[in-house]
Design a binder for this molecule. Structure first.
Ligand SMILES: [Zn+2]
Length: 198
């Protein structure tokens, strides 16, 4: 596999001010309350074939299969993604947490992938509903990702308008996730109306 230690790639893919045709995913899997990771890596999407999430989940599932006898282990999986998951990948991630109940998943994304699509928004809500933590990356997250996966020694160099773009992304994501609450509230009102009528 190609190394991520070429700094250019990190800045090229994670910069939230510029667009890219690729997705870069960095992940770490570790046991809860342990400092050292058990399994980690990075991957890109496979153009015209698998998305980065599919590639990573396949490797993670294989790893977990080898640890099957250690039933009591609890894991934390953290994914740093240059783009948020598409509708299909949200479904795969949701299926993953349902089948791997010992794994707590956190996803941090630099940019939102086609948030204007209804299907994407609905599947992002399902993803969060399944117990996965989903956040838009801020300065501290970029720093941490850079520190953990790219270069432990050099300092993270921010780009112009990093914070503004993070705030925009967070607001859009929050809007998407709140939409769910609005739908739930409406449903609750309907139930109340039905009860009154009965
Ligand atoms: Zn995808």
């Amino acid at each position: 596999a190609d190394s991520l230690n070429s700094l250019d790639r990190f800045y090229q893919e994670f910069n939230n001010r510029v667009q890219s045709s690729k997705t870069l995913l960095c992940f770490s899997l570790g046991q809860t309350n342990k400092v050292l990771w058990d399994f980690w890596g990075h991957t890109y999407n496979n153009p015209g074939c698998d998305h980065a999430e599919t590639v990573a989940l396949r490797a993670i599932k294989d790893f977990l299969k080898q640890c099957r006898e250690e039933m009591s282990r609890k894991y934390e999986l953290t994914m740093y993604l240059s783009f948020s998951p598409c509708a299909g990948c949200c479904k795969r991630l949701t299926a993953f947490v349902r089948s791997e109940s010992a794994v707590q998943v956190s996803i941090l994304v630099s940019r939102l992938y086609f948030p204007q699509y209804r299907d994407t928004r609905e599947n992002l809500r399902q993803l969060v509903h399944s117990g996965i933590r989903l956040e838009v990356m801020g300065r501290k997250d970029f720093e941490k990702c850079h520190h953990l996966f790219v270069d432990y020694c050099s300092n993270f160099e921010e780009w112009p308008e990093l914070d503004e773009e993070s705030e925009n992304g967070r607001a859009v994501l929050q809007g998407i996730l709140e939409q769910h609450l609005a739908v739930t509230d409406t449903r609750r009102c309907w139930n109340q109306l039905d009860l009154t009528r009965a």
